[in-house]
Design a protein around this ligand. Structure first.
Ligand code: SDX
Length: 424
């Protein structure tokens, strides 16, 4: 039985709008008739109250701190699955077993090498180029290499493009790091799992064997799972908007990488480390909290706050615990950055401003501390996030291509000059 909301538009007319419900989460008022029937727009800059689409991939409850991929709680996926299994779940809708996992892994192995000419692209960048700048450029250029995948109305073309992107992203990210330090690129080693392979491409040298530390490989796999998808965040929404125009998937994912780079989004993990370095010592934490609360001070507590979570980001809790375990494994239990992060979290969570505004640590707060301990330069943190989020981006691309609704084209409230004429 359909439900409706009736609203008075203030110009003597009323509009009867249907109320839509999903499996879980907030309901939505279908405002599509507003403009079609009444010539009135809905206004929501920042989309704080807007559902841009229907999706079956990820569910978030910000009040409860709930995150589920295809119905499975993130805590269970983190504990019981590998990132390859989670990527299969996101892209194809189900956790793979036996044969399906073997087939999926084989398709990744078939597509994780880069065309040699793609590797020559890197030479066009300065050695000190930010890895995200390199990744945006290289991924966007992949559309020039796959002329055979032009007809995305065909499901097999769509899935081949999605797999190519998912399989190649670690190779692309690793090359953006090794290029920056002048180390020859190692090729993928298909005897290894996805995350171990990524680590050997990042840190292995071409002239000697590289022993992947199983504890670090597990930590990397867990980070990949936690960063894989997150509903309609800014970068995923960008991918979907680009996809709605019919742009090829490589260009769509490049637009997602560009959006993720922002410090308010995926760039926050790098910004957290810079913030911890800027704070310097625990003695400066009260001043940092004071500055973060001052609306006239641009200083923000990076890694804190979230548009959806008004409770602890469930990913932050898992990463915090994993960081402690990895630091212990690396005999770095006295890591100053971890000590500072823990003390900063305690101070913020006890402060009225953060309590009242429901600002908690998010996925980026501890990930930088962990990645630094694992040997990553801070400029690579967001590149790692992009590798993980590629599984989510291509899943949303596939979902949109399977349910196309036409080009996304928001309107505006025009506040510029009225009609005037050139008088010369
Ligand atoms: C990610 O969307 C996703 O799902 C993203 C992500 C994903 O997986 O894709 O989860 C990944 O991007 C995590 C967020 C990483 N960004 C940061 O850690 C940067 C620091 N955080 C803030 O910039 C902010 O919290 C946002 C951008 C994350 C959310 O901003 P909102 O929802 O627009 O909230 P807001 O800016 O309107 O803030 C509400 C109030 C404001 O105070 P008032 O104007 O009401 O007085 O809270 C304050 C803000 O000033 N506030 C902060 C703060 N975050 C918000 N004050 C101090 N420090 C902060 N970090």
């Amino acid at each position: 039985m359909s439900e409706y909301a009736e609203i008075d538009l203030g110009n003597g007319s009323r509009s009867k709008l249907q109320i839509l419900h999903g499996t879980e989460g907030p309901s939505a008022i279908d405002v599509r008739p507003l403009y079609q029937s009444n010539g009135v727009l809905a206004y929501d800059p920042g989309f704080k109250s807007t559902a841009s689409c229907k999706s079956a991939i990820t569910y978030i409850d910000g009040e409860q701190g709930i995150l589920r991929y295809r119905g499975y709680p993130i805590e269970e996926l983190a504990k019981k699955c590998t990132f390859t299994e989670v990527a299969h779940l996101l892209m194809l809708g189900e956790l793979p077993y036996a044969q399906a996992l073997g087939d999926f892994t084989q398709t990744i192995h078939d597509h994780n090498v880069l065309h040699e000419q793609v590797l020559s692209f890197y030479n066009g960048f300065r050695r000190d180029a930010h890895p995200m700048a390199v990744m945006v450029g290289v991924v966007g250029a992949l559309s020039a290499f796959y002329q055979d995948l032009q007809d995305y109305s065909k499901s097999e073309h769509r899935h081949k493009a999605a797999i190519r992107l998912f399989a190649k992203m670690p190779t692309i990210a690793a090359a953006s790091y090794t290029y920056s330090i002048g180390r020859p690129q190692r090729y993928p080693d298909n005897r290894l799992d996805y995350s171990s392979n990524f680590l050997q491409m990042l840190f292995g040298r071409p002239n000697q064997a590289y022993e992947v530390d199983p504890v670090l490989a597990k930590a990397m796999d867990l980070l990949m799972i936690l960063h894989a998808d997150h509903e309609q965040n800014a970068s995923t929404s960008t991918v979907r908007m680009a996809a709605s125009s019919g742009a090829n998937p490589f260009a769509c994912i490049a637009s997602g990488i560009a959006t993720l780079w922002g410090p308010a989004h995926g760039g926050a993990n790098e910004a957290v480390l810079k913030m911890l370095e800027e704070i310097g010592t625990p003695a400066n934490i009260p001043l940092a909290i004071k500055r973060a609360k001052d609306r006239n001070d641009p200083f923000r507590l990076m890694g804190f706050g979230h548009r959806v979570y008004k409770n602890l980001d469930p990913r932050a809790a898992i990463i915090r615990d994993m960081t402690k375990a990895v630091l212990k494994h690396l005999n770095m239990e006295n890591d100053p950055f971890m000590a500072m992060a823990l003390e900063l979290e305690q101070a913020a969570l006890a402060d009225e401003y953060f309590i009242e505004k429901k600002l908690y640590p998010n996925v980026d707060f501890y990930s930088g501390v962990l990645l630094r301990a694992m040997g990553f330069p801070s400029r690579m943190f967001t590149a790692l996030f992009a590798v993980a989020r590629t599984s989510g981006w291509v899943s949303h691309w596939l979902e949109l291509k399977n349910n196309e609704h036409g080009i996304d084209r928001p309107r505006q409230i025009y506040v510029g000059s009225g009609l005037r004429h050139v008088d010369r």
